[in-house]
Each structure stands twice: as structure tokens, then as C-alpha cells.
Design a protein around this ligand. Structure first.
Ligand code: RFL
Ligand code: PHB
Length: 396
């Protein structure tokens, strides 16, 4: 088999890249280890930056998002039992975020790609990358564990296979640097059958830990609470979860979450990670394969999409104009935006969670920080500008 771009991984990065390339008439094949059903059902992110929404529109894939996604013009920070609104739209010349679940984005991208005749091989195994630093890279894989090995010869490989995928390991360790930080807490996330408790997202800092009220639809809410990183979901009965949510989110004027049956619950860890550079020869990493942010800034999916935009532009420039300028600058352009998203996600995490090691002094400093960013016009503008998403700086 031969194609122009072999894409490993059908997450937001890989699928978005396949669409952006197809729009420019460039062929790709996507290899995905999980089944279509599994990728369309995994519950993950929910907040789309304006730039991500714009790409969906440009690709003509925004119909369902416009129907069932919700546009939010602000968010709330809650601490010392009081809410403080951050008016995103007013502070960013009209930019907003859209609440639309990642698995809905995946469904839209997969359906459209298959309808256009695009090739996505689901459930493949044994994906291996070969000769990535030559002009003729190859990917081998099996369609089923005991099926024959098949080979794709290509011009470029896009490693969009998430944090645990094999692509990053194809960059020799001597040529890449990895930056890691693990946070001492996790997020217990739930899906609840109940109407929204709040018209906008609530990020809450409480003595007992962080809580977040988000939403998925008029019938389903998404909520999170900070728990110990090593905690087991079996320790969390529905009653215990509701007690924590009620306690952490309570306000002086009697606010309480709207409760309902919990239909899904799980705990995820929180880490920061960056791999630099994001390119080796003809292998280009995109999304979680190259970087992870803690979910507090709602940036992971959006970074995956902005990497895909830069990579698509670089590959299009190569085929159309026979230029390699953007390809060579790919890593630099992406990492400039990635580090700013790492910075923001880290700052949000530090500001909003309880840290076991904090002294009473550090706790007061944290609350003063929240007071500053929710009362100073500069503090508010900084949060808003970063939350709706920074632009890609093509001249990096
Ligand atoms: P993905 O989505 O992990 O996709 C990678 C794909 O590669 C496949 N794969 C392989 N395929 C073939 N061969 C192999 N050997 C393979 N190994 C792996 C995998 O099966 C998978 O389908 O990476 P991508 O495309 O880079 O996208 C990244 C995002 O999924 C991720 O950053 C976000 O979900 C993070 N995130 C959030 N991001 C946001 O922008 N806004 C949010 O509100 C937000 N909330 C969240 C989040 C992540 C969370 N969790 C679960 C960590 C909330 C949570 C709770
Ligand atoms: C979500 O709705 O899943 C969500 C919202 C905001 C975040 C992270 C996740 O910061």
C-alpha cells in the first residue's frame, strides 16, 4: 500500500489532520488500535476553544455541534463560598467557548471521513514505524492479531497515537528531551442524569478540594471533584460524591447542585508532559503523543487540533509549493503555543486545588491569587484570553 501521509491514531489530532489534508487533496490512511465503537464512546474533554470551533466550521463539520453544542460567554470561579464571573466574551472581543463532548467531535469526524471515502483502519495491532529519518518512511501493522503483516509506504508519518502510543519512541532518546510533572491529586468525574445546575461552568476552590460543574446536554451534567491520585473509585459511593459536591460548592446564598442518577464515574490522574522536539526526520508528533496538560485549563483537545492545523499547513506547503520551511519549523511553532498552554494549565491547577503540602500561609496566598484574578481587570483579562485560546504564532 502507498499513501502520502500515514496517520497513527484516530483521536482528535489524527482525524482532524486527515480532514485538513483531504480538503487540500492530500491522501492519508489512519490506523487506529481501538474499535470505532470504543473511540466514539470514551468520555473525555468537553470545552472547545473558538479556534477549534472555527476549524470544524471550515471543514463543513459543524452541523451537529451547532445543534447540540452550547456556547458559553463566561465561566465562574468560586471560592470562600462566593461566585465570581469571568466574562470571557466581553474581555476577548467576542470570543466564546463551546461545550461539546469530545466523543461527539470524534463521531462527526469519523462519519464525515468515511462518507468521503477516506480510509480509517480500526482495531489494528502491532503498529511499527520504520525508516522515519529517511525519504521513504514505512508503517507496518496487522488488521487482526493473527492476520498477515501489511505495509504502508508513505512520504510522512503523523504520530497522533496519544501518550501511550509507539510513535514517540521512534525518536531516539538522545535526540529528544522529555519534561514531566505529576500532580498529587486526581479528578473523580461523573455523568449525571439531571438538567444543568448552572448556565456556565463553575471552577471551585474549597478547603476540602477542587470541584467543577460542567455540562453535556440539557439532560446530562458533567461534574468533577478533586480526590487523592491513588484513590479507588470503589471508595466513592454516589452518596459520598454528592455530599462532597454539596459541601464544596455551597454558597452563602444557598446554591446547591441539581442531583440525579450518576450514570458513569471514574478517576483520572493529573500530569504535565512535553516532548521536544516534536519532529524527527519525516515523523511528526501531534497532540497527546507530544504533550499532556492537567485538565484544569481545558486545553488538551484544543492543543491536539492546533498541532493538526500547523502540520496540515506544513504538508500542504510541501506538496503545493515544494517548500520545507513550515515542516522544519513545525516543532518550534507548536511548542511555543504548547508551553503557554502548559503554563496556563499549571497556573489554573495551582490556583484551584488543595495541595496537601500547603502551609496556612500558602493557602492564604492561593486565595489572594484567586481574589486578584477575579477582581483586577488585568487578572480577569489574563484568564479570559488564555481560556478562550491563544492564537497560533506562525512566525515562531
Ligand atoms: P487521543 O485522543 O488519546 O487519541 C490517540 C489515539 O491513538 C490510538 N492509539 C493507537 N493507534 C494505533 N496503534 C497504536 N499503537 C496506538 N496507540 C494508541 C488511541 O486508541 C487513540 O484513539 O489523543 P489526541 O488525538 O492527541 O487528543 C488528545 C485529547 O484526547 C486529550 O488531550 C483531551 O481529552 C484532554 N482533555 C481535555 N481537553 C480539552 O481540550 N478540553 C477539555 O475540557 C478536556 N477535558 C481531558 C478532559 C482529558 C481527560 N482525561 C480523561 C484525561 C477531561 C478529562 C477527564
Ligand atoms: C468537561 O466538561 O469535561 C471539562 C470542562 C472543563 C475542564 C475540563 C473538563 O477544565
Amino acid at each position: 500500500m502507498r499513501t502520502q501521509v500515514a496517520i497513527v491514531g484516530a483521536g482528535p489530532a489524527g482525524l482532524m489532520l486527515s480532514h485538513l489534508l483531504a480538503q487540500a487533496g492530500i491522501a492519508s490512511i489512519v490506523l487506529e488500535s481501538r474499535t470505532r465503537q470504543a473511540i466514539e464512546e470514551t468520555i473525555r474533554a468537553g470545552v472547545l476553544e473558538q479556534g477549534t470551533v472555527d476549524v470544524m466550521r471550515e471543514l463543513g463539520l459543524a452541523d451537529r455541534m451547532e445543534q447540540i453544542g452550547e456556547r458559553h460567554a463566561g465561566i465562574e470561579f468560586r471560592f470562600r463560598s462566593r461566585g465570581h464571573r469571568i466574562p470571557l466574551r466581553d474581555l476577548t472581543n467576542g470570543k466564546e467557548v463551546t461545550i461539546y463532548a469530545q466523543h461527539e467531535v470524534i463521531k462527526d469526524l469519523v462519519a464525515a471521513r468515511l462518507a468521503q471515502g477516506g480510509e480509517i483502519a480500526f482495531g489494528v495491532s502491532g503498529v511499527q514505524l520504520h525508516d522515519v529519518d529517511s525519504a521513504r518512511p514505512r508503517v507496518t501493522f496487522r488488521r487482526s492479531p493473527d492476520g498477515p503483516e501489511e505495509e504502508i509506504a508513505c512520504d510522512f508519518i503523523a504520530g497522533c497515537d496519544g501518550f501511550h502510543g509507539p510513535s514517540r519512541q521512534s525518536i531516539p532518546t538522545s535526540l529528544r528531551r522529555e519534561y514531566h510533572k505529576t500532580f498529587p491529586m486526581g479528578w473523580l468525574g461523573i455523568l449525571v442524569e439531571a438538567p444543568p445546575s448552572s448556565a456556565e461552568l463553575i471552577y471551585c476552590n474549597h478547603d476540602r478540594g477542587f470541584a467543577l460543574v460542567s455540562t453535556r446536554s440539557p439532560e446530562v451534567q458533567r461534574m468533577y471533584i478533586q480526590v487523592d491520585a491513588a484513590d479507588d473509585i470503589a471508595n466513592w459511593s454516589d452518596d459520598r460524591i454528592w455530599t462532597e459536591l454539596r459541601t464544596r460548592l455551597a454558597t452563602d446564598d444557598g446554591w446547591a447542585p441539581i442531583e440525579g442518577p450518576i450514570i458513569q464515574k471514574s478517576i483520572v490522574g493529573m500530569r504535565s508532559f512535553v516532548c521536544s522536539p516534536m519532529r524527527f526526520g519525516r515523523l511528526f508528533l501531534a497532540g497527546d503523543a507530544a504533550h499532556i496538560v492537567p485538565p484544569t485549563g481545558a486545553k488538551g483537545l484544543n492543543l491536539a487540533v492546533s498541532d493538526a492545523r500547523v502540520l496540515a499547513a506544513a504538508i500542504v506547503e510541501f506538496y503545493r509549493q515544494n517548500k520545507t520551511d513550515l515542516l522544519y519549523r513545525y516543532s518550534q511553532i507548536c511548542l511555543r503555543r504548547v508551553w503557554k498552554a502548559e503554563r496556563f494549565s499549571n497556573a489554573m491547577t495551582q490556583m484551584l486545588h488543595r495541595f496537601p503540602e500547603h502551609t496556612p500561609f500558602e493557602r492564604e496566598i492561593q486565595l489572594a491569587e484567586l481574589d486578584y484574578v477575579t477582581s483586577s481587570p488585568h487578572g480577569l483579562a489574563t484568564i479570559a484570553e488564555n481560556y478562550v485560546g491563544l492564537p497560533i504564532e506562525w512566525n515562531a
